[in-house]
Design a protein around this ligand. Structure first.
Ligand code: HEM
Ligand SMILES: *[C@@H]1O[C@H](CO)[C@@H](O)[C@H](O)[C@H]1NC(C)=O
Ligand SMILES: *[C@@H]1O[C@H](CO)[C@@H](O)[C@H](O)[C@H]1NC(C)=O
Length: 350
């Protein structure tokens, strides 16, 4: 008797309190969120995001995401990699707000045409398909930003990587930033110091940099992104001395000095569609594909060097840290409460 009466009441009180706290909180402090390190520090804990966010409003959310992913990945293995990368390129520009998905329009200058994204990002049709299935099941409920985050996690899991609890409740931006996309996503020829600076700007540290770079255990890169290493690494028409010789000759066969910029090579040729720690083992052998991969070891920063060696030795350590760093990246500056919106179509603001 007692529990029959009190259980629902407690639930009601809890729900009302939760609603009031998010509502009043975000109204009073638009865009505000807590981080353990205070302002300017890590922003990895955001009130308003919770793994149970769609528990009542759309409990089948993750099942729908996973069923679309399974079909898409079985047709094209690379889709998993492309979707994982999409989340990264979303989160580093205005936070994880699906700004990357907006097409050009009267009010939007699309991020899809930035230097890092143009002729490069993929998987957008898969996001569209997930969105349309979710709109059918739960109209105007699940945000595009959450779909991108769920697709990144699902792609990791379906490739054999770790799973993690994913905080949800991100809302979608009404703006995009082409300039942000050009300036906040690190280039593949960055030095280790530059890479650290790009990550620190987002509240991510050296550990996050090395672990998240491990996403390059799946997927491919175009010649354009690593050709400098083959022909003119330092402006003296010499190759990168850190490239292992046979790997260097293989890459030159794929990528001649001129033309063929869109030919591709696996980021982890050992197991290109398996999420594992081979990426780090290859770096130890001078077979990391991008300059940004190899400098984690050959750069002058002891901490990243040591982490590459640790992850090459211990796959479960890499998996654990990857899950933690993905959660941290996924929590970058989300829109919550009354900020942003839940788009009906991920390509356009409502
Ligand atoms: C550390 C700085 C990083 C740099 C400089 C970098 C750069 C690149 C470049 C140049 C490509 C190839 C793009 C192309 O050829 O069109 C690529 C692919 C990829 N990146 Fe990164 N990346 C970085 C970090 C990350 C992070 C943090 C993630 C995800 C957590 C990620 C996931 C991927 C994936 C999965 C691919 C393969 C995509 C596909 O095959 O479609 N990268 N990255
Ligand atoms: C573009 O981004 C850079 C780096 O964040 C910034 O310094 C610059 O002012 C921005 N330019 C415009 C036009 O917004
Ligand atoms: C990196 O590549 C860009 C062109 O893609 C080039 O302009 C720039 O000079 C390169 N940076 C370094 C440090 O080599």
């Amino acid at each position: 008797m007692f529990s029959l009466f009190t259980m629902p009441l407690i639930k009601v009180i809890f729900l009302v309190l939760t609603f009031l706290s998010t509502a009043t909180f975000s109204k009073a402090n638009p865009g505000f969120h807590f981080g353990w390190n205070g302002h300017g520090g890590n922003r990895d804990i955001s009130f308003g995001l919770s793994p149970q966010f769609y528990q009542f409003s759309c409990p089948q959310t993750n099942d729908i995401v996973m069923s679309v992913l399974e079909k898409a990945i079985s047709k094209d293995m690379r889709i998993a990699a492309s979707l994982l990368r999409l989340h990264f390129h979303d989160c580093f520009v205005q936070g994880c707000d699906a700004s990357i998905l907006l097409d050009n329009s009267a009010k939007i200058v699309s991020e899809k045409n930035s230097k890092p994204n143009k002729n490069s990002i993929r998987g957008l049709e898969v996001i569209d398909e997930i969105k349309s299935k979710l709109e059918e099941a739960c109209p105007q409920t699940v945000s595009c930003a959450d779909i991108v985050a769920l697709a990144a996690r699902g792609s990791t899991v379906l490739s054999g990587g770790p799973n993690w609890e994913l905080p949800l409740g991100r809302r979608d931006s009404k703006t995009a930033s082409l300039n942000g996309s050009n300036n906040h996503i690190p280039p593949p020829n960055a030095t280790i110091e530059k890479l650290i600076t790009f990550f620190k700007r987002q509240g991510l540290d050296e550990v996050d940099l090395v672990a998240l770079s491990g996403a390059h255990t799946i997927g491919v890169a175009r010649c354009a992104t690593f050709k400098q290493r083959l022909y003119n690494q330092n402006g003296n028409n010499q190759p990168d001395q850190n490239l292992e010789k046979s790997f260097f000759f293989d890459l030159k066969n794929v990528c001649p000095k001129s033309g063929a910029d869109n030919r591709i090579s696996p980021l982890d040729f050992g197991s290109p569609s398996m999420f594992d720690n081979t990426y780090f083992k290859l770096i130890l052998r001078g077979k990391g594909l991008l300059n940004s991969d190899e400098v984690l070891l050959t750069g002058s920063v002891k901490e990243t060097q040591e982490l590459v060696k640790k992850y090459a030795q211990d796959e479960s350590l890499f998996f654990e840290q990857f899950a933690m760093s993905m959660t941290k990246m996924g929590n970058l500056r989300p829109l919550t409460g009354f900020n942003g919106e839940v788009r009906k179509n991920c390509r356009h603001v409502n």
